[in-house]
Design a binder for this molecule. Sequence first.
Ligand SMILES: Cc1cc2nc3c(=O)[nH]c(=O)nc-3n(C[C@H](O)[C@H](O)[C@H](O)COP(=O)(O)OP(=O)(O)OC[C@H]3O[C@@H](n4cnc5c(N)ncnc54)[C@H](O)[C@@H]3O)c2cc1C
Length: 474
Amino acid sequence: MTNVDRKQKAKLPPQVVPMRSAEERIHDFEQIKLGFDEQAAITEASRCLFCPKQACVVACPLDNDIPTAMKLIGEGKFIDAAAVYQDTSTLAEVCSRVCPQDNLCEGACVLGKRGQAVALGALERFVTDYARVHGAPPERPASTGKKVAVVGAGPAGLSVAQRLLEKGHAVTLYEAWPWAGGWLTYAIPTYKLPRDVVNDKITFLERLGAEFVYNTRVGKDVPLQKLRDDYDAVFIGVGAMLDAQVRFEGKDLPGVYTGTGFLLPIYVPEDRRPPDMNPPKVGKSVAVFGGGDTAMDCVRTAVRLQVQQGWEPNVTLIYRRTDEEMPASHKERKAAMEEGVEFVYLAAPLAFKPGPDGHIREIIIQRMELGEPDDSGRRRPVPIEGSEYIHEADTAVLALGYWPDPLIGEQEPGLETHNWGLIKVDEATGETNLPGVFSGGDAARGPALVSKAARDGIVAAETIHQYLAEVVKA
Ligand SMILES: Cc1cc2nc3c(=O)[nH]c(=O)nc-3n(C[C@H](O)[C@H](O)[C@H](O)COP(=O)(O)OP(=O)(O)OC[C@H]3O[C@@H](n4cnc5c(N)ncnc54)[C@H](O)[C@@H]3O)c2cc1C
């Protein structure tokens, strides 16, 4: 739809992103958003006002050139539009599905101030899916003879690998688990991110020449120093995958799970599960503690597991602050509420108590009130003395955040870390204090977003490319 002026644009109806109803979708783990067809995509992209501030680009962690993509989609040039995203993003087909667009590009769209923002996420997904089907396969560039080891095959590792492979460097990815993708493969629910999208990316990288070495934990199975000796450069993208440690009484009772312990066995295909990973047994009454996107994934997963047992959903999300401070994206909260999840604010667990069978039966909860802001700028939850009450539940999930794995830092004491094991990097370059060693993603910044990890990988690849040219002689 070309040559549409601003007045005509204002009259274009926002296109509804087709979505499965809550009643239907809670019966399975299949994708919820169904995606635009070509005509809807063209009409929706034509709503873009091309405002001079380009607030959507500023809000995008990857600086995607969204206005140019909108123009091309409006003209029906889907492959060209996909190329615009791929220019700045290595994981556009993933980010379009999992980014909290309501807090990023769509949240910044001027049309959203007076009505409905352009459906930027759905449009990015439409063209990148189109390119996955209709685009040309990647071609391997001529080899530079330089080789790089990537530790961890999550979004950061996959991104740095892609950009280095595109420049002709050989890349070997060392991955602790039996398959690549990091949280994309192991934790993010399939109703948000179908695994064929991730698998296609891995196949794409293999075609570009990536070599994957699975079931290999660097720091334990291979020392970091060996990789430094064998390769011209090393990128560390090991994420922040350890569940936050808690000291609540009864936290180890049967029926009490961590966020990871609950989600991973559900979403990892059996043949790709580490051997010690067993699926959780969901009960008829589930309580999930936390306020981030992982907590939303846990409540929505619990609803589906209950429905599959033939039960009515009975899942409560318990958060120690209020709706206002909650970090989970608004669209995730809304979806959880539509699916029947009850939200309880200003409450936190004190102890988990067993029934006669030894399995969790009750949770002692304490009410909170908000005090002064803490380091995060959010008001601190303060316990109210004497406000304890009992919440009956036969399953509890503690989705209280993630920490970095200190293994590599401990094993390589020369590598500077901070904040309980995060790797210290120059954010503008991805350089660590060790020559030839680079890092990014959650391993360096702490638990964040796929788009930020992808961005870190892209930035580090640029620095590594320069390093290989200037420091490492052929
Ligand atoms: C449940 C859940 C839901 C989320 N939902 C969203 C969402 O909707 N949107 C969003 O943007 N973000 C989401 N995130 C956050 C996002 O997934 C992460 O920010 C992102 O995956 C970080 O990428 P990464 O590559 O740094 O690390 P990871 O994805 O953590 O990958 C690290 C990889 O390194 C491997 N590894 C670790 N140690 C070693 C070692 N010593 N040797 C070799 N390999 C190693 C791991 O096995 C893993 O494959 C979610 C996270 C979780 C846990």
